[in-house]
Design a protein around this ligand. Structure first.
Ligand SMILES: NC(=O)c1ccc[n+]([C@@H]2O[C@H](COP(=O)([O-])OP(=O)(O)OC[C@H]3O[C@@H](n4cnc5c(N)ncnc54)[C@H](O)[C@@H]3O)[C@@H](O)[C@H]2O)c1
Length: 352
């Protein structure tokens, strides 16, 4: 049975946003309110309905957005003729079923990371969206941060030279997830970033980790192997006493440190490195260490989710495919699956 806790009454907003893409949002827990807030504020979109199985969540949504329909039944959002696109902000095990239902009902889909629980589900959704000419965007929010956009620019312009390694530490105390391990919770961020900024395609993965508290690994170390000796390492942990969000990218010409907890100088580029020269006719190698200047490039201060949702609206209205589409989501899911497989064999290398 459908219960509507609030009805549309904000006619002023409806009149000023007549051309807007109309959204339904499923899931109003921790992250859902951020999605609703941005879609409500953007000129190109309007939130028509919010669904959540929790009555407490629905009450919060109805209080914050009295003009929006709220319902405990996601089918009300998915089948509504008034809605063009659905944002799915629920736990990963629900993503496949909800995305499939939304696509079958002719809706474009913005779905949270990780895209699905396995690669077969992702492939099915990609094919369904293609058949129906609908868009899927997977919320890889970090790709829209000023820091990652600057990193991509620096790498594309060759400022760092050829990449040697990407080494990320993403640790904090909690938030424990009940349905997935720490890899599926935190590593999608780094896996989507490396897929986006490293030109080579990953070849293999190895992962180790341990379960201490609730039956899911709460600490893990993932290594991703790429061609041309590029290597990535990701340290994810829910039982760290301090929050750390630090990534090092070592390049042939320069080295970069990204501290995402810094407010002003998130990125620092170091003109440091090692030059190795072989002398003709001499077997010994000459190694010299370079230690030059450090500089902090300007990083745009934007709410990444706002930029991303605005881009999704452009993709829908302009009928273009987002770069963070189902295929990008599938690549991350494949790496997550390989990491889990390796984890169960104490770090055995799994080829992609
Ligand atoms: N992009 C990011 O930076 C980011 C940050 C946090 C969470 N997330 C992702 O967002 C998703 C949700 O995470 P969260 O932390 O908000 O979880 P959460 O548990 O706080 O909220 C999920 C909400 O979905 C509701 N729900 C579950 N199944 C439903 C269904 N079938 N119909 C309607 N409502 C349903 C629950 O009642 C709950 O309120 C996850 O995939 C997570 O990985 C992404």
């Amino acid at each position: 049975m459908t219960t509507y806790l609030a009805k549309p009454d904000n006619l002023v907003m409806r009149q000023t946003k007549t051309e807007a893409v109309k959204f339904g949002v499923i899931g109003y827990g921790y992250w859902g309110p951020n999605v609703v807030r941005n879609l409500d504020q953007l000129d190109g979109s309007r939130v028509v309905a919010v669904s959540d199985q929790s009555s407490a969540a629905l009450k919060r949504a109805a209080k914050a957005y009295p003009h929006v329909l709220v319902s405990p039944d996601s089918a009300d959002v998915i089948s509504s003729a008034e809605i063009d696109a659905v944002a799915i902000v629920t736990p990963v095990w629900t993503h496949h079923e909800l995305t499939k239902a939304a696509l079958e009902n002719g809706k474009h889909v913005f779905v949270e990371k990780p895209f699905t629980s396995n690669a077969a589900q992702a492939e099915e959704l990609i094919n369904l969206a293609a058949r129906k000419n609908l868009k899927i965007m997977v919320d890889h929010t970090f790709l829209f941060t000023g820091a990652v956009r600057k990193i991509r620019q620096l790498l594309n312009e060759g400022v760092l030279g050829d990449v040697y390694y990407y080494d990320s530490t993403r640790v904090n105390l909690g938030l424990f997830q009940h349905d997935i391990n720490v890899i599926w919770d935190l590593a999608p961020h780094d896996l989507s970033i490396i897929d986006n900024v490293i030109k080579e395609e990953p070849e293999a993965i190895s992962a180790t980790g341990q379960t201490h508290l609730n039956g899911h690994e709460d600490i893990a170390f993932i290594t991703v192997y790429f061609p041309n000796k590029v290597i990535a390492h990701i340290n994810v942990n829910w039982i760290s006493p301090v929050k750390v969000r630090t990534t090092l990218i070592g390049g042939e010409k320069k080295m970069l440190v990204w501290n995402d907890l810094e407010v002003d100088e998130k990125l620092k580029i170091y003109d440091k490195g090692v030059d190795v020269k072989s002398q003709e006719g001499v077997y010994s190698r000459l190694v010299s260490y370079r230690s030059g200047d450090m500089w902090a490039p300007k990083v745009e201060q934007v709410e990444a989710l706002k930029v991303e949702l605005s881009y999704f609206i452009e993709c829908i209205t302009g009928n273009t495919d987002p770069f963070n589409d189902g295929h990008a989501g599938l690549k991350v899911v494949r790496m997550l699956e390989a990491a889990n497989q390796s984890l169960s064999k104490r770090g055995e290398v799994v080829y992609l």
